[in-house]
Design a protein around this ligand. Structure first.
Ligand code: NDP
Length: 501
């Protein structure tokens, strides 16, 4: 019999079975027990109840996972396959994710709290496009032939070319906001390049990643090429510190990104770090009110603001500021708050009690600093980890609320007098992941876009990503880029070959 959630979504029986499973670690192609017996509780943010438990890896478990990945890499059982075979297996992996799409979407919603609509459309839907893009790139890894002018010994001819070779074992540490999707942002280019992987999902949201590991093996990814460890407190550091790891890819907080960079410095370990943002959206005076409000909601409140690219600082031309603030407050105040499994919910719970309290703390701090909460600012009276969508005005750029990532359904709204001021305010941050500009004035667009210090600048949109469009940050938003061929390159070493004849 199929159970139905209180919110009305029929729960896939495979989801129920997966939640009650005794999850272990995923090493060498199969589920293995962790050495220690400690279990980590995984919560349903819509209810605050334990949804499942997972294993907690210690350093010896991390050792086993890395050893499996290293043995698979050294034996060439993955990198040595013809590229077309790697592509075929990765396409099969995508097909399996598609076939299990509803199951994965429900698991993601139950574990992360997000709207089932987003889980279906982005976490599963967008991931499929992403998976197939990188599967296809497995057969398009190329080098260059190089004309060289080496004069010695006289009469010698040289033929030179470059090869891209997989870096080796990749440690992938993924976050809790889009656990499966961002996990795949790391695993897919790594596998396409011929690397082997140890994935460490966030301890808060490990469930879909555990399912992904099973599906990868079912698709034909060889044992050892895709391993997964769950754990909290020391597992991530054990992985990054492991001498057989050749590259770390991390998405998460700036503080942890810096800690990883410090560890990496000792061994000159390769790193890709995506560390969030405090992203501005600039609304010029010519933008239509409805378009501006829709854009601010899409930019600021998608997944309850738990999006690294989210527009959390809104800068609005003084001429339209009052109308904008009024219309946005009305729209945000009317958003339906409810569990992610209810497709009608527009604001769903945030990921954890700890995170909810952190968001509320930020709002309180803003109030104390003199800012005005225009709408929201508290928790609705219901079980689960909800924060009412919040708009904050009367801020100055030096307030903590304008400088630190809140990662919740909270935006600040500030007026500006001219474009120079808007650019200055937008760039006045130590981060630089994304920005958006809202205008139909082409000349202003072409003047402002190059001056915004951000890895992605959208015009008349926000939060739109594509596997072919590099994504990453300026300044403290990180190092390197996800997506595109540049991400694939970051999982390879570039070797020059020079043949004398
Ligand atoms: P982090 O973003 O700091 O990430 C925690 C993860 O990093 C865990 O898997 C942890 O493993 C691992 N880790 C911690 N320390 C180290 C280390 N020294 N070396 C290697 N791995 C390490 O924490 P939170 O998930 O708590 O998120 C905090 C904030 O980060 C959020 O409030 C939000 O602002 C931001 N964030 C940004 C995201 C983005 O997309 N850029 C996504 C999610 C969060 P272990 O538990 O084993 O230590």
């Amino acid at each position: 019999m199929t159970a139905t959630s209180e919110a009305g979504t029929a729960i896939d029986p495979r989801v129920q079975a997966f939640l009650t499973k005794q999850h272990g670690l995923f090493i060498d192609g199969a589920t293995r027990e962790a050495k220690g017996s400690r279990r980590i509780d995984v919560f349903d943010p819509a209810t605050g109840e334990v949804a499942a438990t997972v294993a907690c890896a210690d350093a010896s478990d991390v050792d086993r996972a890395v050893a499996s990945a290293k043995a698979a890499f050294d034996a060439g059982i993955w990198s040595g396959l013809p590229p077309v075979e790697r592509e075929r297996i990765l396409l099969k992996f995508a097909d399996l994710v598609e076939a299990h799409g509803e199951e994965l979407a429900q698991l993601e919603t139950i574990n992360q709290g997000k709207s089932i609509n987003i889980a279906r459309m982005l976490d599963v839907g967008a991931s499929l496009g992403y998976m197939r893009y990188y599967a296809g790139l497995a057969t398009k890894i190329t080098g260059q032939t190089l004309d060289v002018s080496i004069p010695l010994p006289p009469g010698t001819r040289y033929t030179a070319f470059t090869r891209r070779e997989p870096v080796g074992v990749v440690a992938a540490i993924s976050p809790w906001n889009f656990p499966m999707m961002i996990g795949l942002w790391k695993v897919m280019p790594a596998l396409a390049a011929g690397c082997t992987v140890v994935l460490k999902p966030s301890e808060v949201t490990p469930l879909t990643s555990l399912r992904l590991a099973e599906l990868a093996i079912e698709a034909g990814v060889p044992a050892g090429a895709f391993n997964l460890v769950t754990g909290d407190g020391a597992t991530g550091a054990a992985l990054v510190n492991h001498p057989d790891v050749a590259k770390v890819t991390f998405t998460g907080s700036t503080a942890t990104g810096k800690a990883i960079a410090r560890t990496a410095a000792d061994r000159l370990l390769k790193t890709s770090l995506e560390l969030g943002g405090k992203n501005p959206a600039i609304f010029l005076k010519d933008v239509a009110l409805e378009q501006a409000v829709g854009g601010a909601i899409m930019g600021g409140f998608l997944n309850s603001g738990q999006v690294c690219a989210a527009a959390s600082r809104l800068y609005v031309a003084r001429e339209i500021f009052d109308d904008f603030l009024g219309a946005l407050s009305q729209a945000v105040g009317g958003m339906a708050i409810g569990p992610g499994l209810d497709p009608a919910s527009q604001v769903t719970p945030v990921v954890s009690a700890l995170h909810r309290d952190k968001i509320i703390g930020h709002i309180e701090e803003a109030r104390r600093a003199g800012a005005r909460v225009v709408t929201g600012g508290d928790m609705p009276n219901r079980p689960g980890y909800y924060v009412r969508p919040t708009i904050i005005a009367d801020t100055t750029n030096d307030m903590v609320i304008c400088r630190q990532e809140v990662f919740g359904p909270v935006v600040t709204v500030m007026p500006f007098s001219d474009e120079e001021e808007a650019i200055r305010l937008a760039n006045d941050t130590n981060m630089g992941l994304t920005a958006s500009l809202w205008t139909n004035d082409l000349a202003k667009t072409m003047n402002i876009v190059p001056r915004l210090k951000a890895g992605t600048v959208w015009v008349n949109s926000h939060n739109m990503i594509d596997p072919n469009m590099p994504f990453g940050g300026y300044k403290e938003s990180g190092i390197g880029r996800d997506f595109g061929t540049s991400a694939l390159d970051s999982y390879t070493e570039l070797k020059s070959v020079c043949i004398a004849t």
